[in-house]
Design a protein around this ligand. Sequence first.
Ligand code: PBG
Length: 356
Amino acid sequence: MASSPKDKTVSLRTERAKRSGSKTPRAARGSYPTTRLRRNRRADWSRRLICENAVNTDDLIWPIFVIEGERKRTPVAAMPGVERLSVDLAVKAAEEAAALGIPAIALFPNTEPSLRDELASEALNPANLVCRAVRAIKGAVPDIGIICDVALDPYTSHGHDGLIVMGEIDNDRTVEALIMQALVQAEAGADILAPSDMMDGRIGAIRGALEDNNFTSTQILAYAAKYASSFYGPFRDAVGSGAKLKGDKLGYQMDPANGIEALREVALDIEEGADMVMVKPGLAYLDIVWRVKEAFGVPTFAYHTSGEYAMIAAAAERGWLDRDRILMETLMAFKRAGADAVFTYFALAAARLLKT
Ligand code: PBG
């Protein structure tokens, strides 16, 4: 029998073992040098085989800021590369997103200052800016999912997500308004309603109202664990609520110090009828994403927020970071933590990178 080079290697090793006095070749034992994790990492093909996670265009949700007017675009100061778009241009943007394979967009209106009031009345107007944008996009790009924020901050004169009664954000009065806002958005054709206000009981209230009004297929994405974060600064500028905001949102959004409380929030929102849950902000809260996904196994999204976008964009502008690599690494971190999808202002850029 002809011996193959492989057999020869084995026999040489055996010889060596014999000469060194031991009866049998050394048995593999745990740890180094038996285990050398670098073996699997040596070649590109091998790294591809052992790769645990992947970022896919199907994981991306693109938030778009909408303004009044036609053929109008205005830059968002702290978000280089992000613009507020008039409805006609938002339709074009949605077409572009769909062409790249992005499954869904999220619309955020910058309401005219004259339309903002104490009661957020414009939120309940079926012909408000975001509803008109939903209708226009649905008509032109029927196959892209449309997500609408359910929260009053783009509509209140004080920039808070809730209605103020005697100097306090009134939970139950706010929920009444949120129900109306949700119905108006569902009627306009929003596929997913995303309450981002953090009032208690709003998911159940909105779910009940949707069922009662025959919107049985409208999905609810609960901003379940949303923290009172400083990462939202550029967003508030984008929707025009930042300068108006008096005080902070600590009375309704979560304390960044808390983790267990996030699990309670998520549990309640699932019980109340949420189809998906969100953790927000993103990168600094990946431990929460992981815990939520582990504990509940429901579709879990994360929001790569405006402040996180700003940090990457600013450093990249200065040539301090490689934008494309950082953003793909960031998205991978979300996936590794268990996020099923990520809201990111980099969605278009990421989708383009994934194509090449
Ligand atoms: C509104 C809302 C906010 C964000 C999404 N929806 C701001 C806030 O709660 O103050 C933040 C998004 C971002 O920073 O990118 N309730």
